[in-house]
Ligand binder design. Structure first.
Ligand code: ZN
Length: 215
């Protein structure tokens, strides 16, 4: 069984998730930790729960979701997984973050590319990779059929959807991806967005004003 732990990090209030199972092996999704205190909070959680970090995953390459990858990749000697289409965002982290007022060091780059339909494993657990572009070109969702949840990054929020006014944003693509890849999941599927509160597919289908017409 997968245990999900959420940390809210950096001034943009990104949700960083640590997922582990009974083997105590874990992955971190969207390591947005920025301050030393935020880095330490993740390290302490791993140590206190005796977890072994196996992989760093990103839902997408926006700067607020990737600020902690360099620290964690170097400390734990783990590889970064993400979609190739967001690589340019990661390569341009320094000027991109600066345009939002953040002074940051360069990021580590993606070591292993993920594509739609791939599976990411840790311990006894498997996450299915769904490619849902539109917020960014390389936005990914990590879905656990067994756990009944999905980590969706900035694709879908409680009552909202990801913004599409940034580089490679595309509202039509985003909505069609939500319709075909998320709203086809079971209604009770738990949704863990990159910002804000958790929700579920059934709630969003009936309450999300941005998606009422798409399915
Ligand atoms: Zn984003």
């Amino acid at each position: 069984m997968i245990t999900i732990k959420k940390f809210i990090v950096n001034p943009i209030q990104v949700n960083t998730f640590i997922l582990h199972d009974e083997t105590k092996k874990c992955v971190i999704i969207d390591a947005g930790c920025f301050s030393e205190q935020e880095q330490l909070a993740l390290v302490n959680y791993l140590e206190q729960n005796e977890l072994k970090l196996e992989k760093l995953l990103i839902t997408h390459g926006h700067f607020d979701h990737i600020l902690g990858n360099k620290f964690l990749a170097q400390k734990y000697n783990v590889a970064l997984y993400g979609h190739k289409d967001d690589e340019k965002l990661i390569k341009n982290l320094v000027p991109y973050a600066a345009s939002f007022g953040f002074s940051v060091a360069e990021s580590v780059l993606i070591d292993n590319y993920l594509n739609d339909g791939d599976e990411v494993t840790f311990g006894n657990s498997t996450l299915k990779v769904l490619h849902v572009p539109g917020h960014s070109a390389g936005s990914l969702v990590y879905y656990s059929a067994e756990g009944g949840f999905a980590i969706v990054g900035d694709v879908l929020f409680k009552g909202s959807i990801g913004r599409t006014d940034l580089v490679d944003g595309n509202l039509d693509l985003l909505l069609s991806g939500i319709a075909t890849k998320l709203y086809t999941l079971p209604d009770e599927t738990g949704i863990f967005p990159g910002h804000g509160a958790a929700t579920d597919i059934g709630y969003e289908k009936t309450h999300n004003p941005f998606t009422l017409d798409i399915y």
